[in-house]
Structures are given as C-alpha cells and as structure tokens.
Design a binder for this molecule. Sequence first.
Ligand code: MN
Length: 234
Amino acid sequence: MKGVHFLISTLAILASATFLVSASDPSPLQDFCVALNDNKSAGGYFGANAVFVNGKFCKDPKLVNANDFFFSGLQNPRNTQNPLGSNVTTVNVDQIAGLNTLGISLTRIDFAPNGLNPPHTHPRASEFLVVLEGTLYVGFVTSNGDGNRLFTKVLNKGDVFVFPIGLIHFQLNVGHVNAVAFAGLSSQNPGVITIANAVFGSKPPINPDVLAKAFQVDGNVVDYLQKQFWYDNN
Ligand code: MN
C-alpha cells in the first residue's frame, strides 16, 4: 500500500512539474493588463518599495485606450554604421505597454552588406524571422545533448526561418545590398544574451583563468578578447 501511495504522489509531483516548465509567458486572466511604468499611478496602493513581480502592474482598464496598443516608426531604415553592420529595433512591452501578459513581441533588424546579427540567444522566447529585403545566411546550434548540430539556411525575400527558444542563433547579410528582416518572438520580454558580449565583455570581467581553460587558449588570447569593445546592436 505504501508503495502505491508513493507511486501516486510521485506521479502527482511529476504532473505538476510538467505544468510548471511549460515554456512560454503565462496566459492572461483578463482581456489585457496594460503595463504601468511605475506603481505610483496604481494609486500608491503598492507603496514606494513595491516588490518585483513576474510582469508589470496593470493600468486601470477604464483608462486604457488604443494608444496603449500602438507603436509607430518600424517603416524607417535604421543606422547600421557600427562594428557589426546591423541594428535591432525592438518593440516589446517597454515600447507597447499593452503587450504586458500577452506573450509576444517584435523586432525589425537592419543589415548593411556583410552586416551581422551576432550569435545570441533569447532566454525567454522562440523567434520567427521573415526576410523583407535582401539575402541572409542564418543558423542556430542545438544543445550539447543533441550534439551541438548547426542548422543553416540562406534566406531570400519572403523566406521565413524559426529559431527555437534558448538556442544560439545568428543572421549574416550575404547579399550586395542592405537587408531587412522582421522577427516575432514568443515573449513580451524575450531578453537577449549576445554570446561574445556576455563572455568577454561582462562587468566585472570573468576571471581570465576561467576563460582560458574553457576555450582552451592562451591567457594572452583571453586578455586580447577582454580588451575589445563588444558592441551591442540591440
Ligand atoms: Mn534573435
């Protein structure tokens, strides 16, 4: 009997764990929860030192209007004169307060010829990329358990590619003209970790012994890399 009870409680724990690891933003429990930039407009109810929660405070629904769901300006090409030759324009919950709790966001990515959106991951979102102009060489790498396989594709105007949540991915303009892509992401706040910036440009720097051993290189190489300016194109 004890064994049966143990089995049942183990199954119950497994079932709830499966629910908890569901990989997307939580579903809303109302039509919308337009984010407030601070908690003062919540009527001071939460006090000056409100705790951080998973999401943002909601605006009073009666005060919500169309502008809370509106953003303008994504038609404009962005400046790609930088070391990477790319520029990511983000439209997430920080730009559209009405995206709070909805689990989606958007970016426009501009590329100069040879421009690169360098290897990065989004800790909280899968990504759907659509090429509007130009030709991009894109790819992602699977996890260690899958053997770190590289999946790549050359995309032309109208082509779409998917980057699964958490996996390292990149896009390189291999055409002779500027390229433009739009991407949809499955979080109101996907986050970006650019690999080179995080590893070699952390503040304070990671102990060089850690990086020399991890990358199996001489300390001078690590020193050189840690002295570079790691441009953030986001
Ligand atoms: Mn991305």
